[in-house]
Each structure stands twice: as C-alpha cells, then as structure tokens.
Design a protein around this ligand. Structure first.
Ligand SMILES: [Zn+2]
Length: 217
C-alpha cells in the first residue's frame, strides 16, 4: 500500500494539475479549501487499519477534531466496524479504490469498477452517499478522470503532503508541522496505516488554532 516513486514531482503533471484545479468547479474537484472558511482538513488514506485507525480516532475525539478517511474497499470489508465508527464519530468517509490499484497501469474499466464497488460497499454499510474519491497516488489519466466524474464522484486531492509514509518515526512529522505550520484552507495528506502518524497526531492538532473539519461533498 505504501505509495512509491509516483509521488515524485513532475513539472508537466504539476502544471496540468494546477490548470485543472483552476478551471474545474469545486463540486467536481477539491484540492484545498477557501482560506476564508478558516478550517483545515486532515485526510487519512489507505485504511482502515485495525490498530492505527482506532488510535487516530481516539486522538481526534480527544481534540474535538474531525477528518476525512479515504478507505480502501478491501480493507473496509475486513474492518467494517472501524468504518462505522469513523462515520459515527462525525468524520467523512471517501473511497480510495478496492485494492489500491495503480492508476497508471490498471485498465480504465477495471479502475472504474473498483470505484463503483468500493463506493457501493460504503453506501450500503453507512446508509449515506459516499461520492468523495481520492485515486491511489492522486493520479488519473484524462479518460479515468472523466469516467470517475461520470460516476458522480468528487475528486479530492491535497495541497499539503508531509510524506508521512516515508518517515521513520513521529519525530519527523512533528518537525514538519513545526517548520511548515498548517494554515486555514489546507487539505493535508496523511495515512492511517502508520504508528508514527498516530503518534504525531496530537502535536499536529495542537499546532494549529484553526478548527479541523471533515470534507463535504
Ligand atoms: Zn493510497
């Protein structure tokens, strides 16, 4: 599940991403929040994890913070009680494919079928719409993007990425947030599959006076 080299910045892709974000309405694509909203959105990908997701939920509850969890369908099917708990505690639940398939190499039909399967699973489990979609590695080809939109999904990217999946311990994540404080409007990419992300979360939440919110479709 660990994201790999695909996260390396590619100038052309970055430019296309910026252009796309500037022209596509927020009902279809969200990459940050209006700073005037005075909130920060933490997002946790790749779970639910049987140990670290509950730990993260405990921390969020203690701080009165809300977040958004982009779950992998196969993991959600293994741990449905954790997904129910995420929703019951006021967090948003979005989908992140069924198997964390690689968008660059997975055929469009298969990728869209994974989207549909995961979204339907979540909607049946939670009895609520689950249109928020984050593609694995945040990447889609134009055809897959159009397909995901045709399915009625809202694509959610991010504007802050500490690369917690590459960090060896909580210290690096605490240092990252101390050096580059979170700001109103940020959407932060995190992963609820790492012990150190859970361990650093109290510091991250304490570092910012702006409320932490769950994303809305
Ligand atoms: Zn992922």
């Amino acid at each position: 599940m660990t994201p790999a080299a695909e996260y390396r910045p590619n100038p052309v892709r970055q430019a296309l991403r910026s252009a796309l974000i500037s022209v596509v309405p927020r009902t279809r694509l969200i990459a940050s929040l209006p700073p005037g909203d005075r909130v920060v959105a933490l997002t946790f990908d790749d779970g639910p994890h049987p140990e670290w997701t509950p730990r993260i939920l405990d921390v969020l509850a203690r701080h009165g913070a809300r977040a958004t969890f982009f779950v992998v369908g196969a993991q959600a099917a293994l741990h449905p009680d954790i997904v129910r708990r995420i929703a019951a505690e006021g967090h948003a639940v979005g989908h992140h494919s069924w198997t964390h398939s690689e968008p660059a190499t997975t055929p469009t039909r298969l990728l869209l079928a994974e989207n549909r399967r995961t979204r339907q699973f979540l909607e049946a489990l939670l009895d609520r719409p689950a249109p928020l979609f984050r593609p694995p590695h945040g990447k889609l080809t134009p055809l897959k993007l159009l397909g995901a939109w045709a399915q009625g999904n809202v694509l959610v990217l991010w504007n802050r990425d500490p690369k917690d999946y590459q960090m060896p311990s909580a210290t690096e994540l605490r240092t990252w947030v101390s050096r580059q404080p979170l700001l109103a409007g940020d959407i932060v990419l995190l992963h609820d599959t790492h012990a150190h992300t859970a361990a650093a979360l109290p510091h991250l939440l304490d570092s910012c006076a702006v409320p932490f919110t769950a994303l809305n479709a």
